[in-house]
Design a protein around this ligand. Structure first.
Ligand SMILES: Cc1cc2nc3c(=O)[nH]c(=O)nc-3n(C[C@H](O)[C@H](O)[C@H](O)COP(=O)(O)OP(=O)(O)OC[C@H]3O[C@@H](n4cnc5c(N)ncnc54)[C@H](O)[C@@H]3O)c2cc1C
Ligand SMILES: *[C@@H]1O[C@H](CO)[C@@H](O)[C@H](O)[C@H]1NC(C)=O
Ligand SMILES: *[C@@H]1O[C@H](CO)[C@@H](O)[C@H](O)[C@H]1NC(C)=O
Ligand SMILES: *[C@@H]1O[C@H](CO)[C@@H](O)[C@H](O)[C@H]1NC(C)=O
Ligand SMILES: *[C@@H]1O[C@H](CO)[C@@H](O)[C@H](O)[C@H]1NC(C)=O
Ligand SMILES: *[C@@H]1O[C@H](CO)[C@@H](O)[C@H](O)[C@H]1NC(C)=O
Length: 438
């Protein structure tokens, strides 16, 4: 039986004029859907909207957070403010309504430092928390994925139509950017009339960014003539951003996919606690909790787990799927003994090197920048998340790589495809870009 349904239009007059239609799941009551999706983040809302486009299917999304426009306002909407609340070594400035506030245990190999792993907790997930950089994987990276799971659906050629289906591309406004900050015309990498994710360039280019192409050339990198979305990344280019060109606001999976899925049922501010398996080890539903009330959402067809890199394995483990010895320590009945679940996290460390430039705005200039941002055609520094020119390179094949251990060099050579960048260089010009992990 389906939960009682109610069409809802959410309005955010303070930060955007956009209206979002969706169905509110009735909290506190068991209900059954064809598909139950855990996590309304980047992947979850994309999959949910695509499934719900088939009107014969009922689809529900469970999301622990709410609307970031309400819970975090401009800080999640205005590109320039993207770095607010992003401190990787403490929770300073972090808003618990939109961030999970994960802190690591002290890391022995990093002088005992504790790290704050920023993760979006809202409809939109980390696509509402990130730095808006839009760039596609490399051909070799996707091939590695396809081979690892023995499914060629993940190869570049087979994924490209889905990249293209998801994104609406708008070329850079050369009339609003500096004449010496010319962005590539990526039109060839996109399809006309596709969407709903908005991909564009900010209506502002910082003069600092114009010096980076020369710096990257000095490092031996060449310009990426067709931009960052064609499957090869060794080189540099102005980065495309997930930004709506009509008002220069963040385009997230919420503004894009949720708003295009009026028949998707959303359980927001609802915590998924456990996946329910039947006797034949088939996932049948999800135990959830909202406002202190527990209930179950049952799935006729599938439970889809898209709770992010940390919580997808965590939910599997509390539901009995993972290393048996660890589950038993916590008195969790074992559904499947899978030793790899929740183990072997690989992460890319980031190092931030900052210099003061004459183009960093003071408080008064920042206040003044609100005016052109709020006025059509929406211009000025606030339109930019700060990531100007972005580059990728190999380091293990460079002369200076003698400082890398032999095992590092051979691991890099044997574990990754030839087109796999080993470092990403982000030339940020906003003067407020702490070291981040992605
Ligand atoms: C600070 C930062 C900057 C980044 N910058 C960039 C960038 O510029 N460009 C780029 O391409 N990538 C960037 N990334 C990475 C990118 O945003 C993420 O890889 C991507 O959003 C992950 O998508 P996901 O669907 O796997 O997870 P998420 O988008 O995080 O979605 C997971 C969702 O599940 C929900 N959830 C989790 N557990 C539960 C539960 N038990 N019950 C209910 N709901 C739950 C969460 O609240 C969240 O909404 C950045 C990431 C961060 C953190
Ligand atoms: C809801 O589902 C749970 C199973 O998780 C069941 O125990 C409970 O009785 C159900 N509640 C109602 C009102 O049907
Ligand atoms: C992060 O928080 C720590 C501890 O409060 C503080 O010392 C540091 O300056 C902050 N870093 C940034 C980039 O804001
Ligand atoms: C970008 O290229 C397309 C064709 O590939 C062309 O139609 C369009 O006018 C170009 N736009 C700009 C801004 O150069
Ligand atoms: C690009 O133009 C801006 C604005 O005129 C200027 O400040 C900057 O120095 C120029 N960049 C380079 C690399 O010459
Ligand atoms: C942020 O929000 C307020 C309303 O709460 C608005 O007046 C302001 O102009 C917004 N924009 C920016 C860029 O700060």
């Amino acid at each position: 039986m389906l939960g009682q349904r109610k069409a809802v239009i959410a309005l955010f007059p303070l930060v955007t004029t956009a209206a979002r239609a969706y169905i509110t799941g009735v909290s506190g009551h068991n209900a059954t859907y064809d598909y139950v999706i855990i996590g309304g983040g980047t992947a979850g809302l994309t999959v949910g909207a695509r499934l719900a486009a088939d009107s014969s299917l009922s689809v529900a999304v469970i999301e622990a957070g709410g609307f970031y426009e309400i819970d975090n306002g401009n800080a999640s909407v205005v590109p320039f403010y993207a770095a607010e609340g992003i401190n990787t070594t403490s929770l300073q400035g972090s808003n618990p309504l939109v961030d999970w506030q994960f802190l690591t245990v002290p890391q022995p190999s990093l002088l005992g430092q504790i790290y704050h792993y920023i993760r979006g907790k809202c409809l939109g997930g980390s696509s509402a928390r990130n730095f808006l950089i839009y760039q596609r994987a490399t051909v070799g990276a996707l091939q590695k994925w396809a081979d690892a799971v023995d499914d060629q659906s993940y190869s570049w050629a087979n994924i490209l139509p889905f990249y293209q289906k998801s994104a609406a591309y708008t070329p850079a406004r050369a009339d609003l950017r500096l004449p010496n900050a010319t962005a590539v015309n990526d039109t060839g990498a996109f399809l006309a009339g596709a969407g709903p994710l908005q991909v564009s360039y900010p209506n502002y280019a910082n003069p600092v960014g114009t010096f980076y192409p020369g710096a990257f050339e000095e490092l031996g990198l060449g310009a990426l003539p067709h931009g960052v979305n064609t499957g090869s990344l060794i080189g540099y280019a102005y980065s495309t951003v997930t930004e709506d060109p009509t008002d220069e606001t963040r385009s997230s999976s919420q503004t894009a996919f949720l708003s295009s899925a009026p028949s998707l049922t959303v359980y927001s501010k609802t915590m998924a606690q456990k996946i329910v398996f039947d006797g034949s080890k088939t996932a049948r539903g999800v135990n959830v909790k909202a406002n202190g009330v527990s209930f179950t959402l049952f799935a006729n067809k599938e439970v889809i787990l898209s709770a992010g890199a940390f919580q997808s394995p965590q939910l599997l483990m509390v539901s009995g799927v993972g290393p048996a010895d660890v589950l038993e320590q916590h008195n969790i009945p074992v559904v499947a003994d899978l030793p790899g679940v929740g183990q072997n996290l690989q992460d890319n460390p980031a190092v931030f090197v900052g210099y003061t430039s004459p183009f960093v705005l003071d408080a008064a200039q920042l206040d003044a920048a609100v005016v052109p941002y709020n006025t059509k055609p929406h211009t000025g520094q606030l339109t930019s998340p700060g990531s100007e020119v972005i580059g990728w390179d190999k380091v293990s094949n460079k002369a200076f790589a003698t400082s890398l251990s032999k095992s590092t060099v051979s691991d890099l050579a044997s574990s990754f495809p030839a087109d796999w960048p080993e470092v990403e260089l982000i030339a940020n010009a906003n003067g407020k870009f702490p070291s981040i992990h992605r």
